[in-house]
Every structure is written in C-alpha cells, then in structure tokens.
Design a protein around this ligand. Structure first.
Ligand code: SIN
Ligand code: CO
Length: 381
C-alpha cells in the first residue's frame, strides 16, 4: 500500500500552509517508494485505443505533440521525449493506489492520476495548470522549476501545447524517488528529466460556474424541471414600457434562484454531475458470477473493489434517506444499508470484515448485484 510518510507530511500543516496557496516540495513524502507500474506497461497502455496518451518531444527547436494510440517508440531514441498517459487509475489497479494517500481531500475534487515517462532531457515544457497537482517522483530523477503566480504570458508552442514565457523560479529542485512536489493552480512550472523517470501526478480540480450552469440546464431539461413561467396577475400600469424595473428584475432573478436555492434539485444535479466519469471506464462485469447467483458466496470470500475511475459520492444529509450517486446517476436504496453504501463511496476497497455484517442482508445483495452487474464494483481476485 502506498502511504504518505507521516514524519514528512502532516495533513493539517499542509492544508494550512500550502493547499491552494503556494507550491512545496515534500522530500520523501513516500518512504522506500516503488513504482506501482513499470515503464513498459505504461508504454503498452499507450498503444491501446481507449487509453488517452500523448508523446511530447522537440524536433530541433520546435515542440511536437502526438496523440496515441502509438505503435512503437523506437524512432524516438533514448533522449528528449516524454510519454504522458491520462486516467491511469482507470486502467491499472496497482497504479490507482497512488490516489489513496490523498483521501484526506474530498474526491469530488479529484481529477485523475496521470503518469509521465520521460527520457533524459524530456518534459512537456514550461506551462501553467488550472488544477492542484501532487507530482510524485517514481524511479529516476527530474529537475523541477516552479515560478510564482502572477501575470505570465501563455502562448501555443504547438497546437496541443500551451506554454508560458520564461519565469523566475521560487522552487528549483531535483526530485528523487519518493519526493512529492505540490503545485496549486496558476503557478508556472517545468520538469526536465535528468535520469529516465516516471512521475505520477494526482490532480484535483473544481469546475467553473459556467460549466456547472450549463450542466444544470441540461439536467433540468432531462428531468423536465424549471419550466415555470413568471406570473404577474398583480401588475400595475407602467409609464416606462422600455424599462425592466427593479420589481421585475427581482422576479426574473427569483425565477432563476428558486432553482439554485432548491437543495433537493441542486443535490440531484451536483451528485450526478460530479460522479460523471472523466475518462472512459474499463467496464467488464463478471456476468457468470451474476448469472450463477453466487454473489453471496463471492462477497463473503473476497474483498470488494471499486473499478478505477468510477466516481461514487453521497451527501451526508440524504444518504441516510437512501440516496447516493454513482457514475452520473442517482441511485436509491433502502435506508437500512446506508452505512455500507457510504463505505463504498468513501473507500475503493471494502474488506471481507467490513462486508461480513451485510452478506445476509437481501437489500444489500440486491444493491451489490446491480453494481457488480454494471461493472462498477468487482470481487478482488
Ligand atoms: C509531466 O509530468 O511531464 C507534466 C506534469 C505537469 O507538469 O503537469
Ligand atoms: Co503541469
């Protein structure tokens, strides 16, 4: 299991001093760090159609970016290129472990786990990200420079690479295996590999109000809500037919806020919105298990695993009423099984011990049968 080194990383201190405030290097944030996945396996994943990957290298002075799937890397030589794979947590159970140490942050804010394999001299160039990222150095060594937030001019170094002009470093370090570099949104940074390297980036982000509003509008349309018109039977004559007066402005505003102020409507939207998968899921339901009606036995004998990339959240206010959200959908269940459903949202692994009190509960068996059937959870081998 990948665990943060408590001597070097104190969650309260980190949140107070650094989170969303300034970048920091946590030397040996992971003690005795071992790569959870090999460079070869990463290269193999980037050959798959469903996996999102990118090669970045320089041709002379020109930055180049190519999107996967790739067939071979031989032409690239052994210097000055890097391979980036997104949503590694969707494709590798072992690598997905890299996310676990960061559960002290709520996972509705989680983006994904990205990995970059880079040969000496390789990197994606100087840039700014709009998410918080924990860059965890795996094998190899990488030189990182991070600048202060501020006015930095960005430009397209290539159609797929937004770079930033040279910046002065406030952090200038070489990362070694087990070191972590945390960078909040808006701080320019650049990593250049010194020795063939793997870095695992755990990203957290929020959504802009405009993307939420656009999603909210779609949600209302899908659910046939928000169609009420303004009514004004008490209207008085106006002297200014061209004016939208203060009273009318309030009415129009109220028409909108009555929807965003409605916690029930808003929770359904937010629960669905934030549980939508960010990348393709590797859904492979074990149909034999479900057809065999052996689920009771299976869950008594195995740990239950949530598939990497599946998002499952709840609101404490309504989970006890039997409501949670999984993969973009509202899921209702009998209230009595709420404790185990919460656990399934809070953790990716549910141990046999945690499952034991529920294996004879027919409501839970129904619930888990549906989840196994959808492929969102599976029994660990
Ligand atoms: C990389 O690992 O090459 C890019 C990570 C980042 O700077 O966001
Ligand atoms: Co970055």
């Amino acid at each position: 299991m990948v665990q943060l080194n408590a001597d070097e990383f104190n969650q309260e201190h980190f949140l107070r001093e650094y989170w969303q405030k300034k970048p920091v290097v946590i030397r040996q944030g992971f003690k005795h760090f071992q790569d959870p996945i090999s460079a070869d396996e990463i290269a193999g994943l980037a050959c798959e159609e469903e996996v999102e990957s990118r090669l970045v290298y320089k041709k002379g002075q020109e930055w180049q970016a190519e999107f996967g799937p790739f067939e071979s890397y031989e032409h690239l030589g052994d210097k000055n290129w890097s391979l980036v794979v997104q949503a590694l947590d969707n494709w590798s159970e072992e690598a997905a472990q890299m996310i676990e140490p960061f559960r002290f942050l709520p996972h509705w804010r989680l983006d994904d786990l990205m990995v970059s394999f880079a040969t000496p001299g390789g990197g994606v160039g100087p840039h700014i990200d709009w998410y918080d990222v924990f860059i965890c150095q795996g094998s190899g060594k990488r030189h990182w420079r991070v600048g202060d937030e501020g006015q930095h001019r960005e430009f397209a170094a290539h159609a797929a690479l937004l770079h930033v002009e040279p910046f002065e470093a406030i952090i200038d370090v070489e990362l070694e295996p087990g070191d972590i570099l945390y960078i909040p949104p808006g701080f320019p940074h650049e990593g250049v590999t010194l020795e063939t390297s793997l870095s695992f980036s755990v990203g957290f982000r929020t959504n802009s109000a405009v993307s939420l509003l656009s999603g909210f509008a779609d949600h209302l349309i899908d659910n046939e809500q928000g169609g009420q018109l303004i009514t004004d039977p008490e209207r008085q004559a106006t002297q200014h037919s061209g004016a939208i007066d203060a009273n009318d402005f309030e009415k129009i505003k109220q028409q909108l806020t009555s929807l965003t102020d409605n916690d029930e409507i808003l929770r359904h939207f937010i629960g669905g919105f934030y549980t939508q998968a960010k990348h393709e899921l590797d859904l492979q339901p074990d149909l034999d298990l479900i057809a065999d009606d052996d689920i009771k036995v299976a869950i008594a004998e195995h740990n239950l695993m949530r598939l990497g990339g599946v998002r499952a959240f709840y609101f404490p206010e309504t989970v006890t009423e039997g409501i949670c959200y999984i993969d973009g959908k509202t899921v209702e269940f009998p209230k009595a099984i709420s404790p185990i459903v919460q656990l399934m949202c809070d953790q990716v692994v549910i141990t046999q011990e945690q499952l034991a009190p529920w294996t004879n509960n027919s409501d839970f068996i129904d619930f888990i049968t549906a989840q196994l059937g959808a492929g969102y959870w599976y029994c660990a081998s």
